[in-house]
Design a protein around this ligand. Sequence first.
Ligand SMILES: O[C@H]1[C@H](O)[C@@H](O)[C@H](O)[C@@H](O)[C@H]1O
Length: 616
Amino acid sequence: MGEKRRRQPDGSAGSSAAAAGERSLIAAESCSSINSQASGGELERAARRQFQQDETPGFVYVLSVFSALGGFLFGYDTGVVSGALLLLKRELNLGALWQELLVSSTVGAAALSALAGGVLNGLWGRRPCILLSSCFFIAGAALLAAAQDKETLLGGRIVVGLGIGVASMTVPVYIAEVAPPHLRGRLVTINTLFITGGQFFASVVDGAFSYLAKDGWRYMLGLSAVPAIIQFFGFLFLPESPRWLIQKGQTQKARRILSQIRGNQTIDEEYDSIKNNIEEEEKEVGAAGPVICRMLTYPPTRRALIVGCGLQMFQQLSGINTVMYYSATILQMSGVQDDSRAIWLAAVTAFTNFLFTLVGVWLVEKVGRRKLTLGSLTGTTVALIILALGFLLSAQISPRVTLNPTDPSGQNSTCTNYSYCNGCMLDPDCGLCYRLNKSNVVESSCVPVKKESTMAAAWGRCSNETRFKREELFWAYNFCPTPYSWTTLLGLILYLVFFAPGMGPMPWTVNSEIHPLWARSTGNACSSGVNWIFNVLVSLTFLHTAEYLTYYGAFFLYAGFAGMGLIFIYGCLPETKGKKLEEIESLFENRLFWHVNPGWREASPSPWDSQLQALS
Ligand SMILES: O[C@H]1[C@H](O)[C@@H](O)[C@H](O)[C@@H](O)[C@H]1O
């Protein structure tokens, strides 16, 4: 199979590209004869414009945007819950266990349904799976908005999670299968742009409805029905992936859809190449036995699976979701005291993530997947070290506890045993009550936190919010007032600036393209499952990790994981930019880590590059 692929013209982007290329060549030639003075730059731009016009009919964008609504819902539903919980815990009197259940049930359900989504994608196709996920989103939103008790809320969050899992594994695959090679990376990355856009929108909605103390959460959780309904009706009219149809032998329908997607181009060569590839793969790997077993016993697909799952694992191990889910807490720890100010600053964090994912959309087809991921993870590692140093500095100059009041009920509390704020901050049951003299902490005491709200102490000077504010007392839960807070803030911003363009989107983008068609659904199901499982592990253990290792220890740990990720990516991730999906399997013919394959570093020339070569 590798042999045959090598016989294909190197770097060619397929038949449609060739056909379109011919037209662009003619166009560019006539252009140069009209104006023989035209500079190389103008000629290049003209050829590129012409080529891209022919190559990318608007329909591909319509398909991508409608399917990426699944990404938007993934981001919205995972992001909105933190704000909704602030209101819910007061209205329904939710304890810590129920709060954790409402957050992690969604992510757990997403992990299971992403894994099951592989089978469904193979059996039913991509379109029914996208429709199914929008049904889950609509049903979940309705349940949540109408919930009268916490059990219904839990049911709604599980249903939403089922939708997220199926969408997260299907959408990138669908977009990759309908996109032309030169735009595939960019279009799949748009899905992650929609994820981070959903997270940002959720934080704005959280901020806006946080003032509506009664029922505000119903709007927050129910609003996601709107994009889900749009997606559902849109997809009733949108087509199945032609690659999946060819695999299932529905060749006539596949041809019709392929020509609809490719607009005015001839599709014969693209169609033949997909079809030959499927036939060859069946001959070589056989069609018997479960797909996962065939993937594991055939070296190129086994390697692609390791790379795909490894990328998703390191994405989560570098701590993105502790930063996203706990950004309000991190900001409070760095000294932002007010609850609603922290919510709005968390919206700024989400916006930074969104904005820099946009940079990734722009860069992915320019610098390629490999360089983008390596650069992004290097910056992320440095930012994690800065974050950790910020916490370390804060811990080292942690203010002393100077007062030791006794519990009026006579009970012994561990809080009053701490002599420094740092110990007090790391104990989830305690907070620091203090006064400020200029910027120095004075008259400080470590006392138990109220059970119902972390905004005040259980007893003593800081137990009544309005009173202690009037008396110019401050209450610090989860943070210590120090002059080094800005280091943490800087680390947080730098983290997002580096993470968002590469490590955020590339694991999804690369996974959508590295598996051959017969293994694509299963490969993506496994890697998305790994993503969700590590998401749960990292976000659920964050607070405990911080308790045992301290905050700086936790962030040094994530920096260590990110460093390991760098070695993994350097040794294993090939460049897939500009390659046809059918060509990519040959990149995994060599053993991982064996030597860094020189072919990996440089992307093959893009289709219009070869046209320009022909012109010169
Ligand atoms: O790629 C996405 C994105 O980076 C999100 O911000 C994050 O919350 C997800 O876990 C991740 O998979």
